[in-house]
Design a protein around this ligand. Sequence first.
Ligand code: AKB
Length: 316
Amino acid sequence: MKKILIVGAGGQIGSELTSHLRKIYGDSNVVATDMRDCRELGEAGPFEVLNALDATAMASIVARYHIDTIFNLVALLSAVGERNPQMAWSVNMGALNNSLEVARQHHCALFTPSSIGAFGPSSPKDGTPQDTIMQPTTIYGICKYTGEMLGNYYHHKYGVDTRSVRFPGIISNVTLPGGGTTDYAVEIYYEAVRSGRFTCPIPSDVYMDMIYMPDALRACVELMETDPAKLVHRNSFNLASMSFTPEIICAEIKKRMPGFKMDYDVDPVKKAIAESWPNSLDDTCAREEWGWKPEWDLSRMTDDMLEHIRLKFGVA
Ligand code: AKB
Protein backbone atom coordinates (compact mmCIF):
# COMPACT_ATOMS: atom_id res chain seq x y z
CA MET A 1 0.00 0.00 0.00
CA LYS A 2 1.51 3.29 -1.06
CA LYS A 3 -1.37 5.55 -2.13
CA ILE A 4 -4.61 4.80 -0.32
CA LEU A 5 -8.20 5.93 -0.89
CA ILE A 6 -10.74 5.64 1.92
CA VAL A 7 -14.35 5.74 0.76
CA GLY A 8 -16.80 6.55 3.56
CA ALA A 9 -14.06 7.99 5.79
CA GLY A 10 -16.46 9.95 7.98
CA GLY A 11 -17.93 6.87 9.67
CA GLN A 12 -16.94 4.94 12.78
CA ILE A 13 -14.12 2.91 11.18
CA GLY A 14 -13.10 5.47 8.56
CA SER A 15 -12.45 8.37 10.90
CA GLU A 16 -9.95 6.34 12.90
CA LEU A 17 -8.56 4.32 9.99
CA THR A 18 -7.67 7.56 8.20
CA SER A 19 -5.40 8.80 10.97
CA HIS A 20 -4.03 5.29 11.63
CA LEU A 21 -3.01 4.84 7.97
CA ARG A 22 -1.66 8.40 7.75
CA LYS A 23 0.67 7.66 10.68
CA ILE A 24 2.01 4.57 8.90
CA TYR A 25 2.03 5.61 5.23
CA GLY A 26 2.33 9.40 5.44
CA ASP A 27 -0.36 12.09 5.60
CA SER A 28 -0.29 12.94 1.90
CA ASN A 29 -0.59 9.28 0.86
CA VAL A 30 -4.02 8.66 2.40
CA VAL A 31 -6.93 10.35 0.64
CA ALA A 32 -10.06 10.48 2.81
CA THR A 33 -13.46 10.84 1.10
CA ASP A 34 -17.00 11.04 2.34
CA MET A 35 -20.31 12.27 0.97
CA ARG A 36 -20.40 14.82 3.83
CA ASP A 37 -17.87 17.61 4.01
CA CYS A 38 -15.81 16.26 6.94
CA ARG A 39 -13.32 19.11 7.27
CA GLU A 40 -11.43 17.53 10.16
CA LEU A 41 -10.35 14.69 7.84
CA GLY A 42 -8.68 17.29 5.61
CA GLU A 43 -6.59 18.82 8.36
CA ALA A 44 -3.64 16.41 8.13
CA GLY A 45 -4.00 15.09 4.57
CA PRO A 46 -6.10 15.21 1.41
CA PHE A 47 -9.89 15.10 1.71
CA GLU A 48 -12.46 15.03 -1.13
CA VAL A 49 -16.24 15.04 -1.02
CA LEU A 50 -17.32 11.86 -2.83
CA ASN A 51 -20.67 10.16 -3.25
CA ALA A 52 -19.65 6.50 -3.50
CA LEU A 53 -22.60 5.88 -5.83
CA ASP A 54 -20.90 8.09 -8.43
CA ALA A 55 -18.42 5.73 -10.11
CA THR A 56 -17.07 8.40 -12.47
CA ALA A 57 -16.17 10.70 -9.58
CA MET A 58 -14.55 7.80 -7.69
CA ALA A 59 -12.49 6.82 -10.75
CA SER A 60 -11.35 10.39 -11.27
CA ILE A 61 -10.05 10.68 -7.67
CA VAL A 62 -8.28 7.32 -8.03
CA ALA A 63 -6.59 8.50 -11.24
CA ARG A 64 -5.72 11.97 -9.89
CA TYR A 65 -4.01 10.66 -6.76
CA HIS A 66 -2.48 7.52 -8.38
CA ILE A 67 -4.27 5.32 -5.84
CA ASP A 68 -3.16 1.67 -5.49
CA THR A 69 -5.40 0.55 -2.60
CA ILE A 70 -9.06 1.32 -1.85
CA PHE A 71 -10.81 0.85 1.50
CA ASN A 72 -14.57 0.85 0.85
CA LEU A 73 -16.22 1.50 4.22
CA VAL A 74 -19.63 2.67 3.03
CA ALA A 75 -22.47 0.81 4.76
CA LEU A 76 -25.91 1.25 6.23
CA LEU A 77 -25.68 -1.00 9.32
CA SER A 78 -27.97 -3.82 10.41
CA ALA A 79 -30.65 -2.11 12.50
CA VAL A 80 -31.03 0.95 10.28
CA GLY A 81 -31.03 -1.30 7.21
CA GLU A 82 -34.17 -3.07 8.46
CA ARG A 83 -35.98 0.30 8.48
CA ASN A 84 -35.25 0.85 4.78
CA PRO A 85 -34.08 -2.35 3.08
CA GLN A 86 -34.23 -0.95 -0.46
CA MET A 87 -32.01 1.95 0.45
CA ALA A 88 -29.61 -0.35 2.36
CA TRP A 89 -29.28 -2.59 -0.70
CA SER A 90 -28.76 0.28 -3.11
CA VAL A 91 -26.19 2.13 -0.93
CA ASN A 92 -24.27 -0.93 0.30
CA MET A 93 -24.18 -2.74 -3.04
CA GLY A 94 -23.82 0.43 -5.13
CA ALA A 95 -20.71 1.54 -3.23
CA LEU A 96 -19.26 -1.97 -3.42
CA ASN A 97 -19.97 -2.38 -7.15
CA ASN A 98 -18.33 0.94 -7.92
CA SER A 99 -15.32 0.15 -5.74
CA LEU A 100 -14.88 -3.23 -7.44
CA GLU A 101 -15.16 -1.75 -10.92
CA VAL A 102 -12.83 1.16 -10.18
CA ALA A 103 -10.36 -1.28 -8.57
CA ARG A 104 -10.51 -3.48 -11.66
CA GLN A 105 -10.07 -0.61 -14.12
CA HIS A 106 -7.29 1.12 -12.16
CA HIS A 107 -5.46 -1.99 -10.89
CA CYS A 108 -6.06 -1.28 -7.19
CA ALA A 109 -6.27 -3.66 -4.25
CA LEU A 110 -9.62 -3.42 -2.45
CA PHE A 111 -10.56 -3.93 1.20
CA THR A 112 -14.27 -4.08 2.05
CA PRO A 113 -15.35 -5.13 5.54
CA SER A 114 -17.82 -7.95 5.93
CA SER A 115 -19.44 -8.67 9.28
CA ILE A 116 -20.65 -11.28 11.76
CA GLY A 117 -23.97 -10.20 10.21
CA ALA A 118 -23.16 -12.27 7.12
CA PHE A 119 -24.13 -15.34 9.19
CA GLY A 120 -27.69 -16.28 10.01
CA PRO A 121 -29.73 -18.45 12.37
CA SER A 122 -28.81 -21.66 10.52
CA SER A 123 -25.04 -21.11 10.98
CA PRO A 124 -23.41 -22.96 13.89
CA LYS A 125 -23.76 -20.65 16.92
CA ASP A 126 -20.57 -21.32 18.88
CA GLY A 127 -17.12 -21.34 17.33
CA THR A 128 -18.77 -20.53 13.99
CA PRO A 129 -16.35 -21.91 11.38
CA GLN A 130 -14.78 -19.92 8.55
CA ASP A 131 -16.51 -21.97 5.86
CA THR A 132 -20.03 -22.93 6.85
CA ILE A 133 -23.69 -22.44 6.03
CA MET A 134 -24.54 -18.73 5.64
CA GLN A 135 -28.17 -17.72 5.34
CA PRO A 136 -28.41 -14.17 6.76
CA THR A 137 -31.90 -12.89 7.51
CA THR A 138 -31.17 -9.12 7.52
CA ILE A 139 -30.73 -6.97 4.42
CA TYR A 140 -27.37 -5.88 5.87
CA GLY A 141 -26.25 -9.51 6.14
CA ILE A 142 -27.53 -10.28 2.65
CA CYS A 143 -25.45 -7.35 1.31
CA LYS A 144 -22.39 -8.52 3.25
CA TYR A 145 -22.70 -12.11 2.08
CA THR A 146 -23.31 -11.06 -1.53
CA GLY A 147 -20.34 -8.70 -1.21
CA GLU A 148 -18.11 -11.55 -0.10
CA MET A 149 -19.14 -13.58 -3.15
CA LEU A 150 -18.61 -10.60 -5.47
CA GLY A 151 -15.20 -9.90 -3.98
CA ASN A 152 -14.15 -13.49 -4.64
CA TYR A 153 -15.63 -13.31 -8.14
CA TYR A 154 -13.60 -10.20 -9.03
CA HIS A 155 -10.49 -11.89 -7.69
CA HIS A 156 -10.95 -15.12 -9.65
CA LYS A 157 -12.31 -13.59 -12.85
CA TYR A 158 -10.26 -10.38 -13.12
CA GLY A 159 -7.37 -10.90 -10.70
CA VAL A 160 -8.41 -7.95 -8.49
CA ASP A 161 -6.64 -8.17 -5.12
CA THR A 162 -9.81 -8.17 -2.97
CA ARG A 163 -9.50 -8.88 0.77
CA SER A 164 -11.91 -8.65 3.69
CA VAL A 165 -12.60 -9.53 7.31
CA ARG A 166 -15.90 -10.34 9.01
CA PHE A 167 -15.83 -7.65 11.68
CA PRO A 168 -17.48 -8.20 15.06
CA GLY A 169 -19.15 -5.17 16.67
CA ILE A 170 -16.45 -2.49 16.85
CA ILE A 171 -16.04 -0.59 20.11
CA SER A 172 -14.31 2.79 20.08
CA ASN A 173 -14.23 6.10 21.90
CA VAL A 174 -13.65 8.46 18.97
CA THR A 175 -16.59 8.33 16.55
CA LEU A 176 -19.94 6.82 17.60
CA PRO A 177 -21.34 3.99 15.48
CA GLY A 178 -24.78 4.56 14.01
CA GLY A 179 -27.57 2.11 13.27
CA GLY A 180 -25.91 -1.14 14.30
CA THR A 181 -27.12 -3.94 16.57
CA THR A 182 -23.84 -3.98 18.50
CA ASP A 183 -23.92 -0.19 19.17
CA TYR A 184 -25.11 -0.82 22.73
CA ALA A 185 -21.61 -1.97 23.66
CA VAL A 186 -20.29 1.53 22.86
CA GLU A 187 -23.26 3.48 24.24
CA ILE A 188 -23.05 1.68 27.60
CA TYR A 189 -19.62 3.24 28.30
CA TYR A 190 -20.74 6.75 27.35
CA GLU A 191 -23.85 6.48 29.52
CA ALA A 192 -21.87 4.99 32.42
CA VAL A 193 -19.67 8.11 32.47
CA ARG A 194 -22.45 10.60 31.62
CA SER A 195 -25.28 9.43 33.86
CA GLY A 196 -24.20 6.29 35.70
CA ARG A 197 -27.05 4.27 34.17
CA PHE A 198 -27.93 2.59 30.88
CA THR A 199 -31.10 1.15 29.36
CA CYS A 200 -30.05 -1.79 27.21
CA PRO A 201 -31.91 -2.67 23.98
CA ILE A 202 -30.43 -6.20 23.79
CA PRO A 203 -31.58 -9.06 26.08
CA SER A 204 -29.23 -9.70 29.00
CA ASP A 205 -28.01 -13.12 27.87
CA VAL A 206 -27.34 -12.64 24.15
CA TYR A 207 -23.70 -13.16 23.18
CA MET A 208 -22.14 -11.28 20.25
CA ASP A 209 -18.54 -11.00 19.07
CA MET A 210 -16.91 -7.60 19.68
CA ILE A 211 -13.52 -6.06 18.97
CA TYR A 212 -11.74 -2.95 20.24
CA MET A 213 -10.89 -0.40 17.56
CA PRO A 214 -7.07 -0.59 17.88
CA ASP A 215 -7.26 -4.32 17.09
CA ALA A 216 -9.69 -3.68 14.21
CA LEU A 217 -7.35 -1.09 12.65
CA ARG A 218 -4.35 -3.38 13.04
CA ALA A 219 -6.29 -6.20 11.36
CA CYS A 220 -6.96 -4.02 8.29
CA VAL A 221 -3.27 -3.21 7.84
CA GLU A 222 -1.97 -6.69 8.62
CA LEU A 223 -4.34 -8.37 6.19
CA MET A 224 -3.62 -5.89 3.39
CA GLU A 225 0.16 -6.19 3.91
CA THR A 226 0.17 -10.01 3.86
CA ASP A 227 1.95 -11.74 0.99
CA PRO A 228 -0.93 -12.84 -1.31
CA ALA A 229 0.70 -16.26 -1.72
CA LYS A 230 -0.19 -16.99 1.92
CA LEU A 231 -3.92 -16.34 1.48
CA VAL A 232 -6.17 -19.33 0.89
CA HIS A 233 -9.25 -17.27 1.75
CA ARG A 234 -9.90 -13.68 0.75
CA ASN A 235 -13.52 -12.63 1.22
CA SER A 236 -13.90 -12.85 4.03
CA PHE A 237 -11.92 -13.88 7.14
CA ASN A 238 -13.63 -14.61 10.47
CA LEU A 239 -12.12 -12.26 13.04
CA ALA A 240 -12.55 -12.85 16.76
CA SER A 241 -11.38 -10.99 19.81
CA MET A 242 -13.96 -11.09 22.62
CA SER A 243 -17.53 -12.29 22.99
CA PHE A 244 -19.88 -11.15 25.76
CA THR A 245 -23.49 -10.50 26.75
CA PRO A 246 -24.96 -7.23 28.11
CA GLU A 247 -24.85 -8.82 31.58
CA ILE A 248 -21.12 -9.50 31.28
CA ILE A 249 -20.13 -6.01 30.07
CA CYS A 250 -22.35 -4.47 32.78
CA ALA A 251 -20.54 -6.51 35.45
CA GLU A 252 -17.19 -5.37 34.05
CA ILE A 253 -18.23 -1.71 34.32
CA LYS A 254 -19.60 -2.27 37.84
CA LYS A 255 -16.19 -3.53 38.98
CA ARG A 256 -14.91 0.01 38.30
CA MET A 257 -18.14 1.94 39.00
CA PRO A 258 -20.08 0.04 41.72
CA GLY A 259 -22.99 2.49 41.50
CA PHE A 260 -23.58 1.84 37.78
CA LYS A 261 -27.13 0.64 37.03
CA MET A 262 -28.49 -1.10 33.94
CA ASP A 263 -32.08 -1.93 33.04
CA TYR A 264 -33.60 -3.28 29.86
CA ASP A 265 -36.02 -1.98 27.24
CA VAL A 266 -35.52 -4.63 24.59
CA ASP A 267 -35.83 -3.46 20.98
CA PRO A 268 -37.59 -6.32 19.12
CA VAL A 269 -35.79 -5.63 15.82
CA LYS A 270 -32.34 -5.57 17.43
CA LYS A 271 -33.22 -8.64 19.53
CA ALA A 272 -34.17 -10.63 16.44
CA ILE A 273 -31.00 -9.56 14.63
CA ALA A 274 -28.71 -10.27 17.59
CA GLU A 275 -30.27 -13.69 18.14
CA SER A 276 -29.76 -14.58 14.48
CA TRP A 277 -25.99 -13.95 14.70
CA PRO A 278 -23.27 -16.24 16.05
CA ASN A 279 -22.26 -16.23 19.73
CA SER A 280 -18.58 -16.44 18.81
CA LEU A 281 -16.55 -16.96 15.64
CA ASP A 282 -13.66 -19.35 15.05
CA ASP A 283 -10.85 -17.24 13.54
CA THR A 284 -8.30 -20.03 13.01
CA CYS A 285 -7.92 -19.25 9.28
CA ALA A 286 -7.06 -15.59 9.97
CA ARG A 287 -4.53 -16.70 12.58
CA GLU A 288 -2.95 -19.27 10.26
CA GLU A 289 -3.02 -17.38 6.95
CA TRP A 290 -1.97 -13.89 8.06
CA GLY A 291 -1.01 -14.16 11.71
CA TRP A 292 -4.08 -12.51 13.29
CA LYS A 293 -3.88 -12.22 17.09
CA PRO A 294 -6.08 -9.88 19.15
CA GLU A 295 -4.34 -7.77 21.80
CA TRP A 296 -7.33 -6.37 23.73
CA ASP A 297 -9.71 -8.21 26.05
CA LEU A 298 -12.86 -6.94 27.78
CA SER A 299 -11.09 -5.94 30.97
CA ARG A 300 -8.29 -3.86 29.37
CA MET A 301 -10.76 -2.35 26.89
CA THR A 302 -13.10 -1.31 29.72
CA ASP A 303 -10.26 0.50 31.53
CA ASP A 304 -9.25 2.27 28.33
CA MET A 305 -12.80 3.20 27.22
CA LEU A 306 -13.71 4.67 30.62
CA GLU A 307 -10.45 6.60 30.82
CA HIS A 308 -10.87 8.16 27.36
CA ILE A 309 -14.56 8.97 27.76
CA ARG A 310 -13.93 10.57 31.16
CA LEU A 311 -11.24 12.74 29.57
CA LYS A 312 -13.61 13.66 26.74
CA PHE A 313 -16.32 14.80 29.16
CA GLY A 314 -13.89 16.30 31.67
CA VAL A 315 -15.09 13.89 34.38
CA ALA A 316 -12.58 13.01 37.11
C1 AKB B 1 -23.93 -3.87 13.23
O1 AKB B 1 -24.27 -4.08 14.41
O2 AKB B 1 -24.73 -3.77 12.30
C2 AKB B 1 -22.46 -3.81 12.92
C3 AKB B 1 -21.91 -5.15 12.57
C4 AKB B 1 -21.73 -6.18 13.60
O3 AKB B 1 -21.59 -5.39 11.43
N1 AKB B 1 -21.74 -3.26 14.03
